[in-house]
Write a protein that binds this ligand. Structure first.
Ligand code: HEC
Ligand code: HEC
Ligand code: HEC
Ligand code: HEC
Ligand code: HEC
Ligand code: HEC
Length: 199
């Protein structure tokens, strides 16, 4: 009898080298039904890698409403089907119906740091004096989305003067230099990243 009600027919139909079909032994062995070491998740279209290796089976394979039994087939493979967007949809592409594609900026290893490439994905590469400046120095704009404060990365001004004060001399702007005076000016200006928001 197939307790899985045909859910695994495809995998059970796979053949051994001698031509016979695998049947239940695609996943089970004669030791015990519970011991499913014969089942190799890396042979599915969703290998368990990185942080997913330590996740319990039942956290991804939930029982459908009204059932006690975990469902395996048809488990979604896209990140956003299982993970909520903590970014308040600020990164959702316009053509995707508000769905944020996590894999654009994250892998299954860890959430932070992200794989977001500032130099390629914004019009403000972090070069010269901006290499290794901490993100919060330029990004501190928070907005409430459904009762939670969420960090918004845009708008952030791109104008030198918006962050470094109005009196940077033109040649400094060109050369990317500031003097001690500007630094003081800069330090006095609180709320970088908020500067544009009032508009
Ligand atoms: C694609 C892999 C796969 C195949 C093929 C498969 N099973 Fe399973 N089976 C599982 C998994 C995974 C579980 C654990 C289910 C759970 O914990 O809810 C399980 C659980 C069971 C259990 C219950 C164990 C327990 O006591 O909780 C029985 C009985 C069982 N399978 C019988 C079969 C039989 C009979 C076949 C062949 C007709 C079969 N299975 C084919 C993956 C498979
Ligand atoms: C992080 C999420 C995640 C975890 C944890 C996970 N799985 Fe899966 N599993 C998936 C996804 C996604 C698929 C669908 C792959 C596909 O479409 O081929 C899948 C597919 C399966 C299948 C179906 C294979 C088939 O041939 O249809 C079985 C059986 C299965 N998982 C068993 C397990 C067992 C047993 C564990 C615990 C040891 C486990 N999974 C842990 C995400 C997970
Ligand atoms: C079938 C559901 C499922 C899919 C698909 C899935 N995940 Fe997960 N993932 C989980 C579950 C469940 C956990 C453990 C609970 C948690 O931390 O949210 C987890 C944990 C993680 C963690 C570790 C979280 C932590 O705090 O340690 C990361 C990182 C992660 N997933 C990234 C991804 C990425 C990136 C993708 C897409 C490539 C993805 N996941 C696809 C279910 C899924
Ligand atoms: C455009 C890029 C981008 C996209 C798309 C994106 N993220 Fe992020 N995410 C980031 C950045 C940047 C951070 C801040 C971490 C860092 O400094 O790199 C972050 C942080 C996180 C954190 C917090 C990490 C921590 O511990 O503070 C989680 C959780 C997270 N993202 C989940 C997701 C999920 C889930 C999705 C898809 C629904 C997603 N992200 C989509 C860029 C992105
Ligand atoms: C010196 C200032 C500065 C620093 C430091 C900085 N950023 Fe930015 N960032 C900007 C500016 C300016 C923009 C807006 C660019 C635009 O409007 O095109 C931006 C945009 C972004 C965006 C928005 C992308 C989008 O498409 O919505 C993300 C995400 C981001 N930064 C992440 C980070 C992370 C993560 C760090 C730290 C590793 C960081 N930034 C450090 C100035 C900075
Ligand atoms: C969104 C805010 C922001 C914008 C826009 C911005 N900067 Fe900066 N800049 C910073 C921050 C923050 C630092 C780090 C200052 C610190 O840590 O004291 C920095 C540092 C620098 C440094 C290094 C200063 C030093 O003392 O080492 C130079 C040079 C610089 N910026 C030039 C520019 C120029 C030129 C522009 C215009 C193309 C510009 N910045 C635009 C925020 C900004």
């Amino acid at each position: 009898m197939d307790v899985h009600k045909g859910e695994f027919n495809e995998r059970m139909a796979q053949r051994r080298p001698d031509g016979t079909s695998m049947g239940c032994e695609a996943c089970h062995n004669v030791r015990s039904w519970v011991d499913i070491r014969s089942f190799d998740h890396s042979k599915t279209k969703f290998p368990l890698e990185g942080a997913h290796r330590s996740v319990a089976c039942g956290d991804c394979h939930k029982a459908p409403p009204g059932s006690q039994e975990a469902q395996f087939k048809g488990t979604p493979k896209n990140c956003e089907a299982c993970h909520d967007d903590p970014h308040g949809k600020q990164f959702a592409p316009k053509d995707k119906d508000g769905v944020t594609l996590c894999a654009d900026c994250h892998t299954v290893q860890y959430w932070a740091p992200s794989t977001f490439d500032h130099d390629k994905r914004t019009q403000f590469p972090l070069t010269g004096g901006h290499t290794n400046v901490g993100c919060p120095k330029c990004h501190s704009l928070e907005r409430e989305v459904q009762g939670k404060l969420i960090l918004f990365y845009k708008p952030t001004p791109k104008d030198c003067a918006a962050c470094h004060g109005p009196d940077i001399r033109p040649e400094q702007e060109g050369e990317g230099k500031t003097n001690g005076e500007n630094k003081t000016e800069f330090d006095e200006r609180q709320g970088i990243g908020r500067a544009d928001d009032s508009k």
